[in-house]
Design a protein around this ligand. Sequence first.
Ligand SMILES: [Zn+2]
Length: 483
Amino acid sequence: MTRIGLVACLALQVTAALARELIPVQILAPTVEHFRDIVSNDTYDFGCRAIAHPTEDGRFKVHALLTRDQIAYLNNEYRSVHDITIDEQSLAKRQRAASAPIGTGDRFQSGTVAPVGLGTRASGTTIPSIMNVNEISSAVNALVKTYGVTSFNLPYKTFNGATQFAAYVGAGSDTSKYHLYLSAAVHARERGGPDNLIYWISDLLAANKSGSGLTYGRKSYTNAQVKSVLSAGIVFFPLVNPDGVAYDQSTGSLWRKNRNTASGRSGSSVGVDINRNFDFLWNFKKYFAPSTSPASTSPSSETFYGTAPASEPETKNHVSIYDKFPKIRWFMDIHSAAGDILYSWGDDDNQATNAAMNFRNSTYDGKRGVVNDGTYREYIPSADATAIKRVADATVAAMKGVGSRSYVAMQAVGLYATSGATDDYAFSRYWAKPGVNKVYGYTMEFGYSTNFYPTLTEFNQNILDTNAGFMDWALTAISVGLE
Ligand SMILES: [Zn+2]
């Protein structure tokens, strides 16, 4: 290539890179119905899930990461006709603020120095960086060494050859005494998820040992509450997607999926969305209405569903935990960034009147997923609906109670349906696999909308907010019932 040719080629690449740059926007509309068409486009990136939140002026907003071209197209197509506006001002400002650094080295010194959470430290104390991949395992090893937490390797290695691990604590060696299960980092770019979980476990263990309580902002918990939460038996899987997190941390590319190259070898075609890969209505083309897009068959989509139900090692490992701990009753998957708690179901609106209208009934194949229609709604017994909402509401109340910001509890289906997600899979097991325990599944989306890389201040606030949320999630789950 000539020098001029090379310069022209580089200029083209720079232009192409700019065109692909993702800009956080909020799309505002007078009603939720206005978004129906937009959210069915599976080439747009709505973060974890497309959720419409009410605004203070009585409208609704959906957050998305869009390219300049996509913003121009939406403005052109929808602004005048549908009264939709796209606002990139408020979020652009936050985007310019420096994001929290990723830790360098190993603050836990090869598993010998235990992490200390914010709930056991003086108000105003901050953690200076987000854990790198090595620090996440080092932190868990330090909890094993310091407090007698039990960690174990999971059976399947990731595409890049990582050995995955989980851990349990609080209810002794009998794995049938463990009723709470939390996981984090299914989506690689949602920075701080593992930290929220590991620092909370560290707080519980430190407070248990010293006989003290915990304080997160304006929320406080007694030592008796700490002991109660631990004795419910906690299983935690803090790094579900190590390949994706390692890639995101080294590139800053807002990477979401894992790094499996079986369906695509370069760019956005690499990777499967683990949160569309679980065995719950996975084959969405068969189960859902043609007008819906609960996942994507396109490898370049952020919601690419993989090659089979649970085709991914991360998914298989996640599922294996239910087999090892057969009495798990409550499950929480930690995501960002939205500021909400989502509860079942996520595939359609709920109904408690027709038990035959459910995800296993082939009569309804091709009809699911259209929100607000009468054709199909997912069955949930009313006692279950009451229980899951009660725990979600208590979780949100605790997160608000810390005193920094608002959160909302809502049904996961929100604006549009999803298939193959961790929370629906958890709740579906009871009906899909005779003899297994009923598991109530939640997704917590901490942080501010589409702000996957928090500032250091936000990172620390997220730890306080989520940790108070985990406390009341667990305490309320205990009062509803563990068996
Ligand atoms: Zn997510």
